[in-house]
Design a protein around this ligand. Structure first.
Ligand code: NDP
Length: 315
């Protein structure tokens, strides 16, 4: 039978490129889990995804209610879940003040981490039930949250501290809107959320891999300088960033190539090792990359898991 993959944020950028790459292989049905139904439908048609290879289902990660609703709707669709890709993200580097999810969490961590945390905590049961030979849960990471690299050392650096802000609910009212309890900084909030994504993947691996055989993986797809992720950045940045990445850092990767990379992590029979953070070298060959000290801190991963479970109402 065809594999069934759910991809969050498949209406643009990396998620869309991955959906397209998988749709052309022919042995996948893709559920595009998106907040803007019409945008996703139009995008699928625009990039030429074959009819019948995909369906769009509404999911707004900035609302825990919507996440639970999505899980119910997906279950009602009767499809098994074979692979889940947590890809969606927001990046708000120029915001001076925090904005918040429906549940009152700072928007970048609320969407990128907490929304995906609840989604994957709930859907792990569906993955367990699938009879697909290679079941996977993939959480897209980034180099920006990875302070053992040059890119990860561009200030402001990711730092979760002792998670006091997160434990307080990130609501900016009686606690800080930042995980470490500091002043709001949109760029840092994004990087922190990506560290959470990578810690979550590893904690899933420790808790569930042996018992379930599910492969848990994260990846840095390369710098896809032209995606919508930078839509909230200043105009000059958006003009200069792609050539800077192409010619100076040479980390640039096209949406299509990045989509092929993530599609590999979804379906390639050679990428089944669990607990791995994949990266690609200049010749587009995948390798197991190392994570920064903080992004591989087991104690922090456990604490993050426990605090996050409380915040999303699972503990
Ligand atoms: P895009 O902005 O193009 O895509 C982000 C997607 O997330 C969009 O489809 C967007 O939906 C969706 N999204 C945002 N908020 C929500 C929400 N509340 N609920 C549901 N979906 C939502 O960015 P990229 O493709 O670049 O980013 C994809 C992933 O790649 C992210 O995890 C990012 O961290 C990661 N990444 C990107 C890099 C890059 O250089 N671009 C580098 C490393 C990692 P909508 O279309 O409605 O806005």
């Amino acid at each position: 039978r065809k594999g069934n993959v759910v991809i969050t944020g498949a209406s643009s950028g990396l998620g869309l490129a991955t959906a397209k790459a998988l749709s052309t292989v022919g042995n996948w049905h893709i559920t595009m889990a998106c907040r803007d139904f019409l945008k996703a439908e139009k995008a699928a048609i625009r990039v030429g995804m074959p009819k019948g290879s995909y369906s769009v289902m509404h999911l707004d990660l900035a609302s825990l209610e919507s996440v639970r609703q999505f899980v119910d709707n997906f279950r009602r669709s009767g499809k098994p879940l074979d692979v889940l890709v947590c890809n969606a993200a927001v990046y708000l580097p120029t915001d001076k003040e925090p904005t918040f999810t429906a549940d009152g969490f700072e928007l970048s961590v609320g969407t990128n981490h907490l929304g995906h945390f609840l989604l994957s905590r709930l859907l792990i049961d569906d993955l367990k039930q699938s009879d697909y030979p290679s079941k996977r849960l993939i959480i897209v990471g980034s180099i920006t949250g990875n302070s053992n690299t040059v890119a990860g050392n561009v200030p402001p650096k990711a730092n979760l501290g002792d998670l006091r802000g997160l434990a307080g609910g990130l609501n900016g009212v009686n606690t800080s809107s930042m995980i470490d309890g500091g002043e709001f900084d949109g760029a840092k909030a994004y990087k922190d959320s990506k560290v959470c994504n990578m810690l979550t993947m590893q904690e899933f691996h420790r808790r569930f891999h042996e018992e379930t055989g599910i492969t848990f993986a994260s990846l840095y797809p390369g710098c896809i300088a032209e995606t919508g992720l930078f839509r909230n950045h200043v105009a000059l940045f958006r003009t200069l960033f792609p050539p800077f990445q192409k010619y100076i850092t040479k980390g640039y990767v096209s949406e299509e190539e990045a989509g092929n990379r993530l599609a590999q992590v979804v379906s390639d029979p050679s990428l089944t090792k669990s607990g791995v953070y994949w990266s690609w070298n200049k010749n587009s060959k995948s390798f197991e990359n190392e994570l920064s000290k903080e992004a591989s801190d087991e104690e922090k991963a456990r604490k993050l898991w426990e605090v996050s479970e409380k915040l999303v109402g699972m503990a």
